[in-house]
Ligand binder design. Structure first.
Ligand code: PMP
Length: 405
């Protein structure tokens, strides 16, 4: 396989030309956008700006065609059975809230169980919890092994309690560990559960195939797939989407309205109240089209090389405690400097223009389990170089020297 040309890839991002001094390793938080995405969004506002689905004029028809084409692009990318299975939301958080709210109203009753994992992002905990408290639904949690992997034996034991819903992330946003998502979905389905996959970190690692994975719901945010912020996707099998109570109500999602009663629009519009993020959807579709021009296997291998070098450099720095396992890792490394608060480390890295994140990364239950105040998270993307790795390692070495002096 030809080697991935990282410089050619990187040149497509204006950010790196305009900010050449920064080493950006905060990709798990959000990714930079290639010019193709910026151009698609700009072109929409410059040439086609109009509202969708409601105009008699040509501009609105063009905007509608672009917006609906974006839906089809996402549907093809996920290999969804129908484009109406793609609901545009503002992000993974909004999508998970819609699922939790929708299922709680229709499917769950007091005494039912929901199964989550110790690794989850708050967006896959709090929406469930809000409703569980009100409806008397019980949350169970899959624990971790000592290697900080999901305990699959415990998972199977908890499935024996017949949860109504099983919801978990494909990739931990803190540790970068890749979960055995296909196996987990298959086991949950065999136990009769509704399956929800949080693909917020998974989407950029691997193109998911909804027919193969066969989960009932899958969610992600556009901004972690080179797309704009404020756009996300809720994929659901039509039969399940039909059963969700809409979390938002208003224009577009209705068929008829009177003060006595409302009847609802068909999918996908029933779950898309109000004016959607039209430019965001177009930008996300541009991101997908752009990404598909690149070889994803080459990208995966490039990230693996970065990770390998990063780990061997880290292992040579005394006083660094690495929380993430190097195997089955999607390119996210959580670490700490012994005895030091992560924000002191990130502040020193920031002084050297190394952008990493410190704290609990919206995963407080994970850090309670680890009995740590947080961690420094370095997350790699395809546009990162070996030079980025080396600069980060050097800055870490210096931070350790300063903090432990
Ligand atoms: N789940 C996971 C695993 C995430 O990493 C994130 C973002 N950090 C979210 C959910 C929420 O995504 P967003 O903030 O884009 O809605």
């Amino acid at each position: 396989m030809p080697v991935f040309d990282v410089q050619q890839f990187r040149q497509q991002f204006a950010f790196f030309q305009q900010q050449p001094d920064w080493v950006y390793l905060d990709n798990a938080a959000t990714m930079h956008k290639p010019q193709a995405v910026i151009d698609a969004v700009t072109q929409f506002y410059q040439q086609h700006n109009s509202n969708v689905h409601r105009g008699a004029h040509q501009l609105s028809q063009q905007a509608t065609a672009l917006f609906e084409h974006a839906r089809t692009t996402v549907a093809h990318y996920l290999n969804a059975a129908h484009s109406e299975e793609i609901i545009f939301t503002s992000g993974a958080t909004a999508a998970l809230n819609q699922i939790a709210f929708g299922l709680m109203h229709t499917e769950l009753k007091a005494g039912d169980r929901i199964l989550l994992t110790q690794l989850e992002h708050h967006a896959n905990i709090v929406p469930w919890q809000l409703h569980c408290q009100r409806h008397g639904v019980i949350i169970d949690v899959v624990p971790l092994t000592v290697e900080r992997q999901l305990d699959m034996l415990a998972y199977e034991d908890l499935l024996a309690l017949k949860p109504k819903v099983v919801s978990f992330s494909h990739i931990s946003n803190v540790l970068g560990h890749i979960q055995p998502v296909a196996q987990m979905v298959a086991l949950a389905k065999a136990a009769g559960a509704i399956t929800v996959v949080d693909g917020a970190q998974g989407i950029v690692y691997q193109q998911p195939d909804m027919q193969l994975l066969d989960c009932d719901f899958y969610v992600f945010s556009g901004h972690k797939l080179y797309g704009p912020t404020g756009i996300g996707v809720l994929y659901g099998k039509s039969a399940w989407l039909e059963r969700l109570t809409p979390i938002f109500a208003g224009g577009e999602m209705i068929d008829t309205v009177s003060f006595i009663n409302t009847t609802f629009n068909k999918l996908p519009f029933r779950l898309e109240a109000g004016t959607p993020n039209i430019a965001g959807a177009i930008g996300l579709s541009a991101a997908i089209n752009w990404l598909q021009k690149h070889n994803t296997e080459q990208i995966k291998n490039h990230k693996l090389l970065l990770l390998k070098d990063f780990y061997s450099g880290l292992n040579a720095i005394k006083a660094v405690d690495i929380l993430s396992q190097p195997v089955h890792n999607a390119g996210i490394v959580a670490l700490n400097v012994d005895g030091e608060h992560p924000s002191d480390v990130t502040a020193l890295l920031n002084q050297q223009q190394i952008a990493v994140r410190g704290g609990q990364h919206c995963a407080m239950p994970l850090f309670s389990h680890l009995a740590l105040p947080g961690a420094v998270r370095c997350s790699f993307a395809a546009y990162n170089t070996l030079d980025d790795v080396n600069r980060c390692l050097l800055a870490l070495e210096q931070a350790v020297e300063i903090l432990t002096a």
